[in-house]
Design a protein around this ligand. Structure first.
Ligand SMILES: Nc1nc2c(ncn2[C@@H]2O[C@H](COP(=O)(O)OP(=O)(O)OP(=O)(O)O)[C@@H](O)[C@H]2O)c(=O)[nH]1
Ligand SMILES: [Mg+2]
Length: 637
């Protein structure tokens, strides 16, 4: 069998009560007995998922997932029906509608399986009038639901009666299956894991989204392992690429058999994030016997995963049968979800399906009841993409990449980018740094806060050009994110609102001139230093001599580059160092090497000053240390 790019592919799942003939039906259609476990053979029932392939008369390559009907294995059934295109709801004509017929039907509806065919099996065991009656029951069961128009086919695995009609109906149903978008990030729920000679760990599942190629890097969630695809199979054939909607087997490099299990996800790296807390819309089944309380222990089913946890209602004390509520799922282990994912909720013990719903926030924070924020959740649930993005930007306190925004609102990057462009034109969003977005409100507030801080510093420190950037940033640490500070600061400087000189920054406006009194003190400092030759006084002595504004004047001198700090202890005037540089240049005109002794002679300073001065000369490339001597440095013109 070859799977060409033009082949049409689809996934079909069975559903229905135990012993109603699902596995016999699959065998009749495909020749494959999907009950392969010894225990399944011994007990004559299906326990786990079974897989088979079928090519329909119209040439559609179909992967069939056969599920168990036993009420104890609904968990396994749930692992198989996610992502299918068509369900065959199997009802034995002799028994009619039974408990798991109802439960499986409820699950299929909760998960939003888009197409169904009802197959009345064992038609050979009953009279035609009886079949008519069962059909009526089925019509009543499906009435008013999304599957009300599903065809009903009488069928017998024993005689083959109805087989042609069934295949015709399958082709008719699958004719409506469009190619799923392959452009989105890949996402595959793992429903089976095994090892294969020569290929190591192999996982299978229905590819929900995107495409997977040989050699692709993927992420295994929730554990977070990085893996590489070393072989791709679709419907049993090795291919270059698997696309959304196909039964896919992937041989993986980078994980052992023990590190992968049913319920895990393979996703495009970075496209989804695991979380134990989700915000959801919860719907209680209409035939549930009683309301569900505010805080209920439940089993959460999404993809092929079952996770225990609590369902906490957010906007109601309880939900009545047929009703719904905003709710938070607080789970005992992280799960991998996307906005809009459909899920199923089962009771904890005894376990049976009670409802389900759709994910609103796949990665949520614990919400306290009555703490508000439900309006925002409502926007995320039902709002337009623009509205949801505005809401998301409002919640984010730093410029955020388009890809991250796309992930958190559960839409493709291209669509999100278009919407952001619209929001920018409308003045609701800004892109302060390339490819990162922020709400206009946060952006304006950040700029104003920085501007205010810079102005107030300048006003209270007239002797300084302005505040140091680092000091400003750390002072605002609790008020704004570091990334936001950097972008807002850069923008303020580049648009001329702030003026930066070195590390200091002040508001634009009249030219800054240092106060005259301070300049006088600085001039006194200069003459103190120059009066001492190269044997300048130590920092503390100098400051003490200058009086109260001594330290301030020295720091002004450094900022104006009239003073230079040579070491922790010694500061010189720029003029002194220029002169030193000149003497060195002249010295090297007549000599190759400079010893410490010669330097002492040149400067008239003792070792205490000579050593830090020489080190300063080394640092500036005026001299170059070679053993005990200095050579002429490259920067000494
Ligand atoms: N006479 C008759 N027997 C059938 C037909 N379909 C299934 N059976 C029998 O019914 C029994 C159960 O069939 P299965 O196909 O295993 O039922 P199932 O729905 O897969 O059961 P689970 O997977 O355990 O839920 C078997 O003994 C089958 O031989 C049919 O069309 N006619
Ligand atoms: Mg079976």
């Amino acid at each position: 069998m070859t799977v060409g790019t033009t082949s049409r592919l689809a996934v079909i799942g069975t559903a229905g009560h135990i012993d109603h003939g699902k596995t016999a039906l699959v065998k009749r259609l495909t020749g494959v007995d999907t009950d392969r476990l010894p225990e399944e053979k011994a007990r004559g029932i299906s326990i786990d998922l079974g897989f088979a392939r079928l090519v329909t008369p119209a040439g559609v390559q179909v992967g069939i997932v056969d599920v168990p009907g036993h009420e104890r294995f609904v968990k396994n059934m749930l692992a198989g029906v996610g992502g299918i295109d068509l369900v065959l709801l199997v009802i034995a004509a002799d028994e009619g509608v039974m408990p798991q017929t109802r439960e499986h039907l409820a699950i299929v509806k909760l998960l939003g399986v888009p197409r169904a065919i009802v197959v009345l099996t064992k038609s050979d065991l009953v009279e035609p009038e009886w079949i008519e009656m069962v059909m009526k029951d089925v019509r009543a069961l499906l009435a008013d639901g999304p599957l009300a128009a599903a065809p009903i086919v009488a069928f017998s695995s024993a005689t083959g009666a109805g087989q042609e009609t069934l295949l015709t109906e399958i082709d008719r149903a699958l004719a409506g299956v469009g190619a799923r978008s392959g452009d989105e990030p890949a996402r595959l729920p793992v429903d089976r894991v095994f090892t294969m000679e020569g290929f190591g760990t192999v996982v299978t599942g229905t590819l929900w989204r995107g495409h997977v190629r040989n050699g692709d890097a993927l992420q295994l969630l929730p554990a977070g392992h990085d893996v590489r695809v070393r072989r791709v199979q679709v419907h049993g054939t090795t291919v270059e690429e698997a696309r959304a909607g196909q039964r896919t087997a992937l041989a993986l490099h980078g994980v052992d058999r023990e590190q992968v299990g049913r319920g895990d996800w393979l996703v495009a790296p970075g496209s989804l994030q695991a979380s134990s807390i989700l915000d959801v819309r919860f719907e209680l089944l209409a035939d549930h016997p009683k309301p569900v309380a505010r805080n209920t222990r439940v089993r959460f089913h999404l993809g092929a995963a079952e996770t225990l946890g609590r369902l906490v209602l957010l906007d109601a004390e309880s939900v009545a049968p047929g009703g719904s509520a905003l709710a938070q799922l607080r789970l005992e282990a992280p799960v991998v979800a996307a906005r809009g994912d459909r899920f199923v909720i089962r009771s904890y013990s005894p376990s049976h399906t009670i409802g389900g719903g759709a994910v609103i926030e796949p990665v949520a924070q614990k919400r306290r009841r009555g703490s508000g924020g439900l309006e925002s959740l409502a926007v995320h649930e039902r709002g337009s993409l623009d509205a949801r993005l505005v809401e998301r930007l409002r919640e984010l306190d730093r410029p955020t990449a388009t890809a991250v925004l796309a992930r958190t609102v559960g839409e493709s990057e291209a669509v999100v980018l278009t919407s952001l462009g619209r929001l920018r034109s409308g003045g609701e969003a800004v892109m302060p740094t390339d490819g990162r977005w922020l709400s206009t409100a946060r952006w304006t507030a950040a700029r104003e806060t920085i501007g205010r801080e810079v102005s107030s510093y300048a006003a209270s420190h007239p002797g300084r050009f302005g505040v140091m950037k680092g000091e400003l940033k750390s002072g605002l640490k609790s008020a704004m994110d570091g990334g936001l500070f950097d972008s807002a600061f850069d923008a303020l400087v580049s648009d001329g609102t702030l003026v930066q000189r070195g590390e200091r920054v002040r508001p634009a406006g009249p030219e800054w001139t240092p106060p005259a009194e301070l300049m006088t003190v600085l001039e006194r400092a200069e003459s103190e230093l120059e009066g001492a030759g190269y044997s300048v006084p130590e920092a503390e002595t100098l400051t003490a001599k200058l009086g109260a504004s001594g330290a301030e004047a020295l720091s002004l001198g450094l900022f104006l580059a009239r003073l230079v700090r040579v070491s922790g202890e010694y500061t010189y005037t720029t003029r002194q160092l220029d002169a030193l540089r000149g003497s060195l240049a002249r010295y090297f005109e007549g000599a190759e090497g400079l010893s410490v002794a010669a330097f002492k002679e040149l400067t008239g300073a003792s070792r205490k000053w000579a050593v830090p001065l020489l080190e300063h000369c080394d640092r500036h490339g005026w001299t170059m240390r070679m053993g005990d001597e200095r050579k002429k440095g490259g920067r000494l013109a």
